[in-house]
Design a protein around this ligand. Structure first.
Ligand code: 0X9
Ligand code: ZN
Length: 488
C-alpha cells in the first residue's frame, strides 16, 4: 500500500502468514498468539459495496480499519491470516494485499516523543514572548504530554482559546507534522504577516502535537502500525501483546454506547476498562476543562475527510448547521492528494463507521467546543507518506483549514464577560442563547467568559447564577463578533 509502494510484496497468504505467525515471543501471551502478533498482519484493500452494512460487520468482528477511499469504494483493513480467511468466507471482495513494513522505524523527518520534547523546548527558548509550554500530564509510561501556548500576552478572558491536536493514534505520523507546522507558521511570521500577527494578538492558540506519546514510542521501537496507547506494555522495546487502549474510544461521553468500540483488549478500538480510564484521555479532558477552546481540530489519518459530532449512528449535533457550514468550508479548501476533488465532510457514522467515546463528541457535549476531526492524506499515502514528497504538500494544504477556523473566531458570534458590580468575574452561572429557532445552553467558563458562534440575526442571552440571580440581554449579530460586558 501507499507507504510501501516500492517495497510492496503481494503475499500468498496461507503459507507465508502461518510461517511467520509462530514467533516465540508471541507464544507467551496466549491471546496475542491466537488473535495475532504484530508480525503476521497484512494490509488488505476490500471493495466497499454501497448501501451494505460492511463497515458495521468489520466493526463487529473487531477488524482494524486503517482508512477508506470513498471515491474508489474501497476500505483498507489490517488483518492476520485468520481474519483474512473470515473476510473471504464472509463474502468480502479482496482488491489488493500488501505486507506491513514491520521493524521499520519511521523515515527521518517524522518526530519521536523525544523530538517533540526538544522542539517544544526550542520554541519557548526562541520565542519567549509568544510561546510557552505546559505538560498536560503524564502518559501510562510516564512521558509528558506537551502543549504549546501561542499568544502575545498573559491569559486574557477577552481572547478566545482554540485548540489543535495531533496523534491520538500512534501510527498516524503526519498528524504531528501538521501540528508542528501550525506552531512554526505562527511563530515564524508574527510581526511580518499581518494575519498571523492578528491571530496571535487576538487569541490564545493551543497546540498539542502528540497526545499518544507512548504509542509513538511503540512505533519508533519498530511496531509500525501500532494505534493505541501502551497500557499493559513494557516501558522499553515493543509490546509483546496487543493490549493498549484506543484513546479515541476512551472519552467520558457515550463511552461504549453504540457498538462503536470494542471491549476486547486486543482489538484496535478497545475502549478501556472504564470511561476516561487512561491518563492520556484524562490529561486532554482536564486541559479542555481548564482552557475551554471555542474551536478544535483533532488530526487523524487517513481518508481525506472532515468529521464532526456525533459518532453514533443516526445522531446529529444540536449545532448541526454550524458544523456543516464550517465542515463544508474546510473540506472545500482541502484538495485530495490524488486526482480531482476535495475532502468530504460529515459525521463519522455517515462517512466511516460508528465511533463512541471519541474526543470531539466529548468536547462538544461537555463544553460546547465546535470540534472537528480531520483525516489527512489519501489511501495511497496512508499512515506514513514519503516524507520528502508529502510533508510539505500536506502541511501546506492543511493551513487552509486551521486558518479558516482562526478567522471564524472574529466572525459572527457573541463573546462576553460576566461580572458583578464590583468587577468580580462571575462563573457560577449558566448562559442560554435564545433565537427564533432554538436555545443553546452552557456554563460560563472558569474565567467568566462565554463565546457562541452563530449566524447573523437577533438573539437574547439569559444568564442565571447558581443562586438564582437572572439577567437578560438582547443583542443583534452581523458578520463580525459582538463583544459584551454583562453586569450581574
Ligand atoms: O476511528 C477514529 O477514531 C477516527 N478514524 S481513524 O481511522 N483515524 O482512527 C475517526 C474519529 C472520529 N471522531 C470521533 N468520533 N471522535
Ligand atoms: Zn486516528
Amino acid at each position: 500500500m501507499r507507504t510501501l509502494k516500492s517495497a510492496a510484496v503481494l503475499l500468498i497468504i496461507g503459507a507465508l502468514a502461518s510461517a511467520c505467525s509462530s514467533r516465540s515471543d508471541d507464544a507467551s501471551t496466549s491471546q496475542a498468539s491466537s488473535v495475532s502478533g504484530r508480525h503476521d498482519r497484512t494490509v488488505v484493500t476490500l471493495r466497499l459495496t454501497r448501501g451494505s452494512s460492511q463497515m458495521e460487520r468489520l466493526e463487529q468482528h473487531d477488524v482494524d480499519v486503517a482508512g477508506v477511499d470513498l471515491d474508489a469504494d474501497e476500505v483498507d483493513v489490517i488483518v492476520d491470516a485468520t481474519e483474512l480467511a473470515w473476510l473471504r468466507s464472509a463474502g468480502f471482495e479482496v482488491v489488493r494485499e500488501e505486507a506491513l513494513p514491520q521493524g521499520a522505524a519511521p523515515e527521518p523527518g517524522y518526530k519521536s516523543p523525544e523530538a517533540i520534547k526538544d522542539l517544544v523546548r526550542g520554541y519557548t527558548a526562541r520565542y519567549p514572548s509568544l510561546a510557552s509550554s505546559v505538560s498536560l500530564g503524564r502518559s501510562n509510561q510516564g512521558r509528558d504530554i506537551w502543549a504549546v501556548r501561542i499568544g502575545s500576552g498573559p491569559h486574557d478572558p477577552k481572547k478566545p482559546a482554540i485548540l489543535f491536536n495531533g496523534m491520538h493514534h500512534a501510527r498516524e505520523l503526519m498528524t504531528v507534522e501538521v501540528a508542528i507546522d501550525t506552531i512554526e507558521t505562527l511563530l515564524g511570521s508574527y510581526g511580518t504577516d499581518p494575519r498571523v500577527t492578528h491571530w496571535i494578538d487576538a487569541n490564545e492558540i493551543w497546540v498539542v502535537p502528540m497526545l499518544n506519546v507512548d504509542g509513538s514510542h511503540q512505533v519508533w521501537s519498530g511496531d509500525a502500525f501500532w494505534r493505541k496507547n501502551a497500557r499493559g506494555c513494557p516501558a522499553s522495546g515493543t509490546c509483546p501483546s496487543r493490549t493498549g487502549v484506543d484513546i479515541n474510544r476512551n472519552y467520558a461521553f457515550g463511552w461504549g454506547s453504540c457498538a462503536g468500540s470494542s471491549s476486547s483488549p486486543n482489538a484496535d478500538d478497545y475502549r478501556g476498562p472504564s470511561a476516561a480510564s487512561e491518563p492520556e484521555t484524562q490529561a486532554m479532558m482536564h486541559f479542555v476543562e481548564q482552557t475551554r477552546p471555542v474551536l478544535d481540530i483533532s488530526y487523524h489519518s487517513y481518508s481525506e475527510l472532515v468529521l464532526y459530532p456525533y459518532g453514533c449512528s443516526g445522531k446529529y449535533a444540536e449545532a448541526r448547521g454550524l458544523f456543516e457550514e464550517l465542515g463544508a468550508k474546510m473540506a472545500a479548501v482541502l484538495p485530495k492528494d490524488q486526482g480531482t476533488g476535495t475532502y468530504r465532510h460529515g459525521t463519522p457514522w455517515e462517512l466511516l463507521y460508528s465511533a463512541d467515546g471519541g474526543d470531539i463528541d466529548w468536547m462538544y457535549s461537555e463544553f460546547a467546543v465546535t470540534a472537528f476531526a480531520i483525516e489527512l492524506n489519501g489511501s495511497r499515502q496512508g499512515f506514513r507518506p514519503n516524507y520528502a514528497d508529502w510533508r510539505t504538500k500536506t502541511v501546506t494544504k492543511l493551513r487552509g483549514a486551521w486558518q479558516l477556523l482562526l478567522d471564524r473566531l472574529d466572525q459572527s458570534g457573541v463573546r462576553g464577560l460576566v461580572h458583578t458590580s464590583s468587577g468580580a468575574l462571575v462563573n457560577d452561572a449558566r448562559i442560554d442563547l435564545v433565537s427564533a429557532t432554538g436555545r443553546q445552553s452552557r456554563r460560563i467558563n472558569p474565567d467568566g467568559s462565554f463565546h457562541f458562534l452563530v449566524s447573523p440575526g437577533g438573539y437574547r442571552l439569559e444568564i442565571v447564577r447558581d443562586d438564582g440571580t437572572t439577567r437578560r440581554v438582547e443583542t443583534s449579530v452581523n458578520e463580525r463578533r459582538v463583544e459584551l460586558d454583562i453586569e450581574l
